[in-house]
Design a protein around this ligand. Structure first.
Ligand SMILES: Nc1ncnc2c1ncn2[C@@H]1O[C@H](COP(=O)(O)OP(=O)(O)OP(=O)(O)O)[C@@H](O)[C@H]1O
Ligand SMILES: [Mg+2]
Length: 256
């Protein structure tokens, strides 16, 4: 398997607005991890342990850290490497219609909007958004907004998808539907995904591998491979093996 993301000895400290003399807040400590091509990897950790910070660093939005991040062998500090990044909030632009929100990445790279619209039809249907193209975000359900944001992320240039708790704000039932839907879309398209969550069941259900993080300063306390075959089914969440995975992860998460 080819490594697509490789992180070694990464440390991140946030400094307050006043000055750099202060000690600062150590957020990430000695992070070492890799993600392979076409893998679905979840980062699981308690609130505030630095998960969003880590995604931001991988996306190249903050270069102030120690250690190294390499994307396909390139250092994002020196080279701009495009990634598909979905922030913790859906960040749809409220005054734009759903379709013009989705077309934003294409607009930004000055692509042909008319052709893109035509080509998007089947993806819009696949993402469960057909018929709602001209609705504004406030007129869509929470699940639809997340799917629109995911589709917009999917259309960004880049072979890595960084998803920051995309289902965190959804109710349990919508969340389950969205997980099933994401799994079916991912099983078909197979982009490399790094998925942030603090939900253990979600991490096991979706992932090939789950990386567990400690409390702040976040460090990696262990990882487990999920050997369930694909396509995944909800029954897998009820089997003994699932509970074994859950027990191991709970052990990792409570041992810091
Ligand atoms: N720009 C910033 N400047 C200073 N401190 C920050 C900044 N961004 C985040 N932090 C701090 O870093 C720590 C980690 O934040 P981060 O958002 O990475 O956590 P998280 O694991 O994503 O949490 P959650 O699961 O709640 O989203 C927090 O204590 C937060 O206050
Ligand atoms: Mg976060």
């Amino acid at each position: 398997m080819n490594k697509i993301i490789e992180i070694t000895q990464l440390n991140k400290v946030y400094y307050g607005p006043e000055d750099r003399e202060r000690e600062g807040l150590g957020v990430l400590s000695d992070i070492n991890m890799r993600v392979d091509d076409n893998e679905f990897v979840s980062l699981l950790g308690p609130s505030g342990c630095g998960k969003s910070t880590l995604l931001k660093l991988i996306a190249g939005l903050d270069n102030d850290y120690e250690g190294s991040i390499s994307l396909r062998g390139k250092n994002p500090k020196n080279t701009r490497i495009p990634v598909c990044y979905m922030l913790q909030k859906d960040c749809l632009i409220p005054w734009r219609t759903m379709i013009s929100n989705i077309l934003l990445p294409i607009e930004i790279r000055k692509g042909n909007i008319k052709t893109a619209k035509e080509n998007l039809k089947s993806l819009i249907a696949e993402f469960g958004l057909a018929g709602f193209e001209n609705y504004r975000p406030s007129q869509l359900s929470g699940g639809m907004r997340q799917r629109a944001a995911l589709l917009r992320t999917y259309l960004m240039d880049g072979e890595i998808m960084l998803l920051d708790e995309p289902f965190g704000a959804l109710d349990e039932i919508t969340r389950m539907q969205m997980q099933d839907w994401l799994i079916s879309v991912w099983e078909k398209h197979r982009k490399t995904v790094l998925f942030v969550t603090h939900d253990i069941d979600e991490a096991i259900y979706l992932s090939d591998r789950v990386i567990a993080m400690s409390n702040i300063p976040g460090t990696i306390v262990g990882e487990i491979c999920i050997d369930f075959k694909r396509p995944r089914t909800r029954d897998m969440l009820l089997c003994t093996q699932f509970n074994e995975y859950k027990r191991s992860l709970m052990g990792l998460l409570t041992n810091d």
